[in-house]
Write a protein of this length. Structure first.
Length: 198
């Protein structure tokens, strides 16, 4: 009887979870729940690199090469983020981004004000809400991010890894994204890009 109850319970949990997949691509930020036990200090203690992303105007095969340098402030609530990439995977028109972040009162959510400059003289401000959906802190992280600026809105789902030289296999990425109702066909990969950030 206990076995039947356990199977029924887990079956209901699986159905309930599958009925609420991680959504993106709407006309505004999607209601999302981050990790209730997210440890910001542990997460922001080292760098992360973007390996997979859902496609959008700002994230394409030519801009997916992003290595995030992270630093948590001494106060334990402010976050400093720096990253950059070259347009179209080349060696010209480098984009440099600096973000100032804070932990939100909502578990698993951090808010960032980011400032982008490039060699063409563009100077842009965006606001990013980052929901940390899943991470083991040592290897991988799944993030939903919503970017707003004066001109536009966009959101993405990111798969990040600690080691910038490591590109996970398709099967490894599937294990991370499938529990959230996402498929590999929705993502672009760093393995298909020419990264010239160094």
């Amino acid at each position: 009887m206990k076995t039947i109850t356990a199977v029924l319970f887990f079956g209901i949990l699986t159905y309930a979870f599958a009925a609420n997949p991680l959504k993106y691509g709407g006309t505004s930020c999607q209601p999302t729940t981050g990790m209730s036990d997210f440890n910001a200090l542990k997460f922001f203690s080292q760098s992360w690199s973007l390996t997979h992303s859902t496609r959008s105007v700002r994230v394409t095969e030519s801009t997916i090469c992003r290595d995030y340098e992270l630093k948590m402030g001494d106060d334990g609530s402010t976050i400093d983020v720096k990253y950059g990439y070259y347009e179209n995977g080349g060696t010209r028109n480098r984009y440099n981004i600096h973000c100032n972040g804070t932990k939100s009162g909502t578990p698993g959510l951090s808010n960032f004000d980011c400032y982008l400059t490039n060699e063409r003289g563009e100077d842009t401000h965006t606001h990013i809400d980052a929901y940390f959906i899943a991470t083991n802190y040592d290897n991988y992280c799944l993030v939903y991010r919503c970017v707003t600026s004066d001109e536009k809105f966009e959101d993405n789902v990111f798969v990040l890894y600690r080691n910038k030289d490591y590109i996970p296999s398709d099967e490894e990425v599937k294990r991370i994204i499938e529990p959230y109702g996402l498929g590999l066909e929705q993502f672009i990969s760093r393995k298909d890009a020419t990264c010239t950030n160094n």
